[in-house]
Write a protein that binds this ligand. Structure first.
Ligand code: SAM
Length: 204
């Protein structure tokens, strides 16, 4: 069915400023950024406008493209690319565009763990040395929820679909290390969320 109004993701409007604070210190030269799971596209138009040196490549599963395109139509710059059809675990192996860094927000607890593994492996394959993966969202630490609200959120997700759930940051570190990436930054964000950054390097 055709969308009449642009889709809204209220959390993006709350978390975009604290995320920008970190990205604006990181992304200081020209670079191609792939966003995995762009959702509505609201992060894309905000970060592309605030970080004019970067080119932002949106992507998501096909059913979200119409909404992303509606937001992209409101954007007046030229540094955003229309959405790629990219679903971890389905067609991640076909993606071969040149990118320098990857950004993804609130995706690792939504996709299955198997798809999370595919995401890390695709990123490991695509990133050049020095390339970074920025992943925003809630994470567990030392096998523990970091708050009661995250525990409740995890329960709600699992009721909806048993494959969803908040991931352990240490397990994500292991997936990253298998791909030659090491955790390089971990920033506390509002509402018990974090921005984790892994960097591809010559570590192994
Ligand atoms: C909670 S939304 C977050 C959207 C957006 N990044 C944000 O912060 O508002 C989760 C997103 O992950 C996408 N997603 C779910 N499973 C996926 C998969 N296997 N591969 C790629 N994206 C996926 C969904 O389509 C959705 O856009």
């Amino acid at each position: 069915m055709a969308l009449i109004e642009k889709p809204e993701a209220p959390p993006t409007q709350r978390n975009k400023w604290p995320i920008l604070e970190i990205l604006s210190k990181e992304l200081i030269s020209t670079a191609n950024i792939l966003e995995i799971g762009s959702g509505t596209g609201q992060h894309a138009i905000f970060f592309a406008e605030k970080l004019p040196l970067i080119t932002w490549f949106t992507s998501d599963i096909e059913s979200n493209h119409a909404g992303i395109k509606m937001w992209l139509e409101t954007y007046h710059g030229s540094n955003i690319r229309p959405p790629f059809d990219l679903e971890m675990g389905l067609n991640d192996q076909d993606f071969n565009t040149n990118i320098d860094h990857v950004f993804s927000s609130n995706t690792s607890h939504i996709m299955s763990y198997k798809s999370v593994k595919c995401m890390f492996s695709m990123i490991g394959r695509l990133l050049p040395l020095g390339g970074k993966f920025y992943l925003y969202g809630p994470f567990n630490m030392n096998n523990q929820f970091t708050s009661k609200s995250n525990q409740e959120f995890d329960g709600m997700l699992k009721k909806q679909n048993s494959l969803m759930g908040i991931r352990d940051i240490e397990k994500l570190d292991i997936l990253a290390e298998k791909e030659g990436m090491k955790r390089y930054g971990f920033h506390e964000m509002p509402s018990n969320n974090y921005l984790s950054i892994w960097r591809k390097g010559k570590f192994i």
